[in-house]
Design a protein around this ligand. Structure first.
Ligand code: TXA
Ligand code: MG
Length: 324
């Protein structure tokens, strides 16, 4: 059954069509990274600006050399430790890697995803698949096949491979290895301290000189409903103020407090642990978005290292909603 689905997906990819595939982070919208016309379809489907580079997904670390040149020892060590997994390495691109994929930059993002279906697809395809998150530009990344279906019109995607809910739930950590100082461009499930252990030094934070990462634009990963982040202590006041103003609130809590029971139109208690929270976040935001509220109120998680990737996405999702 799975073999037949993979074979069909490979046929679509070889024909230059798009296939949505599950990964452990979020669902990706995949095309043959060696086929410019196919890659163009990704940008058209997402409504994404053409100069925003795509990650090339590989079946195994050995394929890195077909896509990157001057691969440093550090890249091999990191790939050995974290691939398949939620880490994207930015490396100098090899000759022949298309401007369509790299957005015209001299670097390329590479990752071996840690999902059995993605790996089966990549092995059967036998080459690199360019795949951004399978959402429309600027919206919330999909963590289920149903989320992907909801993002696109019939005919835009040849096939959606359903691999169940994503186990990580947030996009991969992006590490830039093209400069003297390795730098994290996007925080994810692989943390800076884990990377430092392999590199023997702490990676830097993004600098103004680093390549642009559209995921790093302030407003991104956003629900349609305004999102306000608030401290636990402020939640009761925020809810009362919203009610007084006649607003309907959807509330995403970390613990069930009496304050929060002031009859919001939608209430969800989020998991206490950071990795569980990350896994559920995008589905919870989509659900809150669909609740028909005027405002989503979200109780901020702790400002601790384990929560860095979650806090990063929350801040971006709230940006433009008149709150931090
Ligand atoms: O977990 C993930 O990374 C998911 C799954 C599908 O693999 N993919 C994903 O792709 O989040 P996307 O396109 O939504 O975000 C990839 C980010 C973009 O912000 C892009 O700018 C950055 O990676 N990127 C890709 N190639 C780059 C490069 N050569 N230099 C700098 N940034 C790059
Ligand atoms: Mg994305």
């Amino acid at each position: 059954m799975t073999d037949a689905l993979i074979a069909r997906a490979v046929q679509h990819l070889r024909a230059g069509e798009l296939v949505a595939m599950p990964t452990e982070t979020v669902y990706g919208l995949a095309a043959d990274a060696r086929n410019d016309d196919a890659v163009r379809k990704i940008f058209a489907a997402k409504g994404r600006p053409a100069d925003h580079p795509l990650i090339v997904h590989l079946p195994h670390a050995g394929a890195m050399h077909e896509w990157a040149r001057d691969v440093p020892e550090a890249a091999l060590a990191l790939a050995g430790k974290f691939w398949p997994g939620p880490l994207t390495l930015i490396l100098p691109r090899a000759r022949g890697v298309s401007d369509r994929v790299t957005g015209g930059q001299d670097s390329v993002g590479l990752r071996v995803p840690g999902h059995p279906l993605a790996l089966a697809l990549l092995s059967a395809f036998g080459s690199g698949l360019a795949a951004p998150s399978a959402n429309r530009y600027g919206r919330i990344s999909p963590t289920t096949a149903a989320h992907v279906q909801a993002e696109f019109d019939a005919g835009q995607i040849a096939m959606v491979l359903d691999g169940g809910p994503c186990s990580v739930g947030l996009e991969s950590t992006i590490l830039d290895l093209t400069r003297a100082e390795p730098a994290i461009l996007r925080p994810g499930a692989i943390r800076a301290d884990q990377i430092a252990e392999i590199l023997g030094r702490a990676p830097g934070a993004p600098s103004a000189a680093a390549p642009r990462v559209p995921g790093a634009l302030a407003a991104h990963y956003a629900p349609r409903t305004p999102l306000r982040l608030c401290e636990a202590e402020a939640l009761g006041d925020e809810l009362r103020a919203a009610h007084a103003a006649g607003s309907h609130c959807a509330v995403l809590l970390r613990s069930l407090s009496a304050q929060a029971l002031a009859a919001p139109s939608h209430l969800r208690v989020m998991p206490a642990a950071a990795d569980d929270y990350a896994r559920e976040l995008y589905a919870a935001l989509r659900e809150a978005d669909a609740a028909g509220a005027d405002l989503i109120l979200l109780e901020l998680p702790p400002r601790a290292a384990a929560w860095l990737a979650v806090l990063d996405r929350l801040q971006r999702a709230a940006h433009g909603s008149g709150s931090a």
